[in-house]
Design a protein around this ligand. Structure first.
Ligand code: GTP
Ligand code: MG
Ligand code: ZN
Length: 364
């Protein structure tokens, strides 16, 4: 594939585009050489980038000890304060508050939220126009973006696999569901389509790519970086399912000053506490709900429900409504489980205190 020629010729060029936001400079009263951004995470080792170099870093014991969950540990995109050990190694001593955050429910871990990346301005939600295409899954991606203060942009890839009419049809379906979200169509058959993604990139903004495995995230990023930086994989034609190729999240600096994060494909995208994101995603339903007879209408059985009326009259699709209820239930379950855990934790610490107090009493 012909590339955009965005590759870095020298290390110096890569570091030229490193800009620390003012609010970070102000919050750290330190030499700017000690402020860095996390560009990748490998278990408990981090690669961080400061204004002049990349360091392999670890966190202090204090950060590890105080961490109540994975959310208290550095994630890709985080701004951190570091202390240099030598010219290749550093220690992370503090994580700056995050302006935005992409998170989901961790796979296999009951109730724990997992951060995908932080301090992102725009998220490219990538979906291929093959079996991967599912409006219900887009709902999930869009919800977690909006909940995390991140503007989503939808990329529908592999348009070459469909006829022109089918492509238009799919685009209209997406537009109908997400009228406020930009949509870009791409195919490896047309470099112009990749340039449309490039044209959306702004200097000093961070973009994260998310989507199932094999949809073509790394293919687009390779093109944007002008280099085969990332591995991509042929998918078997028989089932069109990609094997996971990208294995970790990584932030890249582009020549034009934009920053892009590649992530491995996600199979599951469990909802966390994102009531706000759901309301914003299902704006069709939120708008209708103002017209329901009861202010606390759950849009299930209540009389005078504008949402149910909209389904009956064909204004709202049944599948959008069903998915809204499904995701709503999932996020409520997550929030309740979290509350329950908190309550149980409090009860336990109260019991421990009581036992200790009794032990003390019995001693004297
Ligand atoms: N037909 C077709 N194939 C494409 C297109 N874009 C990417 N592919 C192919 O899809 C396969 C998967 O692409 P990747 O870029 O590795 O996908 P990914 O989203 O990064 O996958 P993970 O890293 O596993 O999450 C590769 O074989 C690509 O060549 C396209 O527009 N059309
Ligand atoms: Mg990839
Ligand atoms: Zn209602």
């Amino acid at each position: 594939m012909n590339m955009l020629n965005q590759s870095y010729k020298t290390d110096k060029e890569m570091h030229r585009h490193f800009n620390i936001p003012e609010y970070i400079k102000e919050s750290y009263n330190t030499d700017i050489q000690n402020i860095a951004r996390v560009v990748s995470v490998h278990k408990d080792r981090y690669t961080v980038k400061s204004s002049d170099t990349l360091y392999s870093a670890e966190i202090t014991g204090n950060i590890r000890y105080k961490a109540e969950s994975g959310k208290d540990l550095p994630a890709v995109g985080d701004w951190v304060e570091i202390v240099k050990v030598d010219d290749k190694q550093a220690i992370i001593i503090d994580i700056a508050p995050r302006l935005s955050m992409l998170q989901r429910k961790a796979v296999g871990k009951m109730g724990e939220a997992q951060i995908i990346a932080t301090n992102i301005d725009y998220c490219f939600v990538v979906m291929a126009l093959n079996q991967d295409f599912k409006l219900n899954r887009l709902d999930r991606y869009i919800s977690i973006c909006l909940d995390g203060n991140i503007q989503p942009i939808i990329i529908l890839t592999k348009t070459d696999l469909l006829t022109e009419d089918e492509v238009i049809n799919h685009k209209q379906m997406v537009k109908g569901r997400f009228p406020d979200t930009d949509i870009v169509l791409t195919t490896t058959d047309s470099l112009e389509s990749f340039n449309k993604v490039f044209d959306t990139l702004e200097c000093n903004k961070t973009y994260c790519f998310v989507g199932s495995s094999g949809v073509g995230k790394s293919t687009i990023i390779n093109y944007l970086l002008g280099n085969e930086v990332l591995k991509t994989l042929e998918i078997s034609a028989s089932n069109q399912k990609g094997r996971h190729t990208t294995s970790h999240r990584e932030l890249f600096y582009m020549d034009n000053g934009a920053m892009i994060i590649d992530t491995p494909g996600m199979r599951e995208l469990g909802m966390v506490d994102n009531a706000k994101g759901l309301e914003m995603t299902f704006s069709n339903i939120s708008d209708l709900s103002h017209k329901c007879r009861y202010a606390d209408c759950t849009h299930i059985t209540e009389p005078g429900c504008a949402v149910i009326e909209a389904i009956d009259s064909g204004l709202l699709s049944q599948s959008e409504y069903d998915n809204y209820l499904r995701l709503q239930k999932e996020q409520e379950h997550y929030s309740n489980t979290k509350l329950d855990k908190k309550r149980k934790g409090k009860e336990l610490s109260r019991m421990i205190k009581e036992v200790k107090a009794n032990q003390k009493k019995n001693k004297f």
